[in-house]
Design a protein around this ligand. Structure first.
Ligand SMILES: Cc1cc2nc3c(=O)[nH]c(=O)nc-3n(C[C@H](O)[C@H](O)[C@H](O)COP(=O)(O)OP(=O)(O)OC[C@H]3O[C@@H](n4cnc5c(N)ncnc54)[C@H](O)[C@@H]3O)c2cc1C
Length: 248
């Protein structure tokens, strides 16, 4: 059965801000963000539609702080060079530029009843980790581990005191997560970033070695080295098929 089409809205660039050498924040206004009214997921994302000479290209981005009444929403784009569509678009965006956006989708918000939280990812996952940290109750405890190249890429994040935040500055994300002291009780985990390290490095650690219930782990690749979002979708399909075959 075809998936129901998500509502489409127009986003208009209001302003841009270089947060770090690797990330640009784009503030958008929109005539209608009513589709966000019911959305409580902290990883809420939109499908941005870019009109190009050779057709439309779709890219997926976390939508931060949607304000339905004010008609404003923020997207933090990783600037990863001149390759691709969305990253280079954001690096050059200026007030008045427009995009179409479909959504939101989403599937995670931190469970306030968990004993502790594990949030891990790279710069692509950082916006969703930012939103999750801001939504945690003040007494929450656990770890946030964020893979960035160096100290210039750190950002100010609002978080509970009991969440220990580590910026990796080039250290290995998988090894760092594996080396975290394991805490007592039920963990709720949110792990998103480069697909190989997340799906083949951290996922088996959490699901197989630590035996976490699938429902307590939100984990997926957000992008894949050397692949556009289109060819990354093929990578995900092949992974799902090979795992389906393994279960048969
Ligand atoms: C649910 C979800 C939420 C996401 N939220 C965000 C977000 O808030 N902010 C964000 O920046 N990204 C986010 N991403 C990741 C983003 O969709 C991808 O990085 C996307 O591929 C970028 O599109 P592009 O047109 O810039 O590059 P593409 O055309 O897709 O790729 C071109 C080249 O750039 C490389 N590349 C792509 N992304 C990166 C990267 N992050 N770092 C280094 N190289 C890269 C590719 O490997 C490829 O070689 C999210 C992804 C998902 C699935």
């Amino acid at each position: 059965m075809p998936r129901p089409q998500r509502p489409t809205t127009t986003l208009v660039v209001e302003s841009t801000e270089q947060l770090t050498p690797g990330m640009v924040r784009v503030r958008f206004t929109s005539p209608d963000l009513s589709a966000f009214a019911e959305s409580t997921d902290t990883d809420r994302y939109v499908k941005l539609v870019f009109d190009r000479a050779d057709g439309q290209v779709v890219r997926t981005y976390t939508a931060l702080e949607p304000d339905v009444a004010a008609g404003t929403v923020i997207i933090d784009f990783v600037v990863h060079g001149t390759e691709g569509v969305a990253g280079p678009w954001a690096a050059q965006a200026k007030p008045g530029d427009t995009l179409s956006a479909r959504g939101p989708g989403g599937g995670y918000a931190p469970d306030p009843t968990a004993d502790w939280h594990l949030l891990a990812g790279d710069q692509a996952g950082l916006p969703a980790i930012r939103a999750a940290l801001a939504a945690l109750p003040a007494e929450a405890v656990g770890y946030a581990v964020i893979d960035v190249p160096s100290a210039e890429f750190h950002q100010d994040l609002v978080k509970p005191d009991g969440i220990e935040l580590s910026w990796l500055d080039g250290a290995d994300l998988v090894e760092t997560v594996r080396a975290l002291p394991w805490r007592e009780g039920r963990v709720h985990a949110f792990v998103h970033g480069e697909a190989e390290s997340v799906m083949h490095g951290i996922r088996p650690y959490l699901l197989k070695e630590r035996e976490l219930p699938r429902a307590d782990v939100s984990i997926s690749g957000y992008w894949r080295v050397g692949r556009t979002e289109e060819t990354f979708r093929e990578w995900k399909r092949e992974l799902a098929e090979s795992e389906g075959a393994g279960r048969r």
